[in-house]
Design a protein around this ligand. Sequence first.
Ligand SMILES: [Zn+2]
Length: 476
Amino acid sequence: MKFFNTLSRSIQEFVPRDPQGNSVGLYCCGPTVHDFAHVGNFRTFVFADLVRRCLELKGFSVRHIMNITDVEDKIIRRVRENNSSLRDYTAKFESAFFEDFDALNCLRPHVTPRASEHIADIIALIEKLVARGVAYRAADGSVYFSIEKYQASGALYGRLLKLNFDHLRPGPRVSSDEYPKDAASDFALWKARVPDDGSVFWPSPWGEGRPGWHIECSAMSMKCLGPSFDLHLGGEDLVFPHHEDEIAQSEGAGGQAAGEPFVKYWLHGAHLLVEGKKMSKSLGNYFTLRDLLAKGFTGREVRYLLLTAHYRESFNFTLEGLQGARAALARMDECLGKLAEIAAGSEKAPSEPEVLRQFVDAMDDDFNVAAAWAAIFDWVRETNKQLAENLITPARAATLIAAWQKINQVLGLHTKQESEMGEKLDDSLQKLLDDRQAARKAKDFKRSDAIRDELKAKGWAIEDTPKGPRLKPLQP
Ligand SMILES: [Zn+2]
């Protein structure tokens, strides 16, 4: 398995740090919960989900961490504007985020630490940096990371970027979380309390204040995964300053074993354009996931579309593309539905269909989704041809379905039936379905027919499948 490591700027074979070659630590920078996440944000999370699922298919045991940034410049501004408390304000967007995350069928990370709940870890890390001489307290009580002292200790600042920071003038220090890459500037680890912070502050050895955004990720990732771990993911806009600063802070604290970096592989997902342009509210091409769901698209369709683009290529996300996703999924569903009918509980043959090998090979090659989808759609076309000629035996159909299920462990595109059932049946519907099943068992067909009619009146058809009855929405 190989992929592009931003640290080496080359495609590298993946070798986990674990000497047993089994455990993998993966950290992905999570959402800043100041607003609803947009489709560009979700491109990164779907990519992280794909990486995790690929590793799991290869048999690795992945520990996936995604932080929740709930203390940050933008959030504090919104909290002030809304006259709210930090927790009240962020809780709403955090739960909306996870609703969207689930709608996209992303596997929940094993831990989702909140910055606001790791202030003590953050302060301890800053204290280490101060003690090692690479951070200093400014007159106002803020603490800054010193690029000069860090470089003087023999470390290199500018590991992820192709910029030569040696040739950059030292810039004035910066206190904001986001800043341009025109100078190697000392950046804030701890920001002294100012009136605009309102109620968002904590005590610290340097006075009241709050952490900077960059130190939060260093503290939470190392807390959950240790001072060195395998994979760190994020959008390419985070390369500088966020990830560069994370390396400086984490390695500046010196917790790593000799010769071990903070992170072995850095993976970055490219930007997303929407309707050919950079997303912006004024251009009307700014979509949150809920905007797309309100237009009648499903999380499954959005996920599919995001998965058709290679992670290192900027991708033009369009509503037309979503229509195309719907058509492509329908073609797959139809083929799989026919296979399921033929297989009907049959044992699968021991052979492994070619499409599975092609899919795994493609994903092993820097997540080459174009090759993976080409293999899948060639397979659908060929299978349809064989179906039309009645050439597929039940055992063969079962084998093909099993192969698809393995592929789908990575793609996470639940079948149409699964997603229909996934819309949780409300209790009354489930009870009717159970009652009908009981009536049929008792051979009370009058009762079972009556329940069927009642469900029909509510807009549901019962479909009896080898796995038992299930409800299917009646077509309008
Ligand atoms: Zn981060």
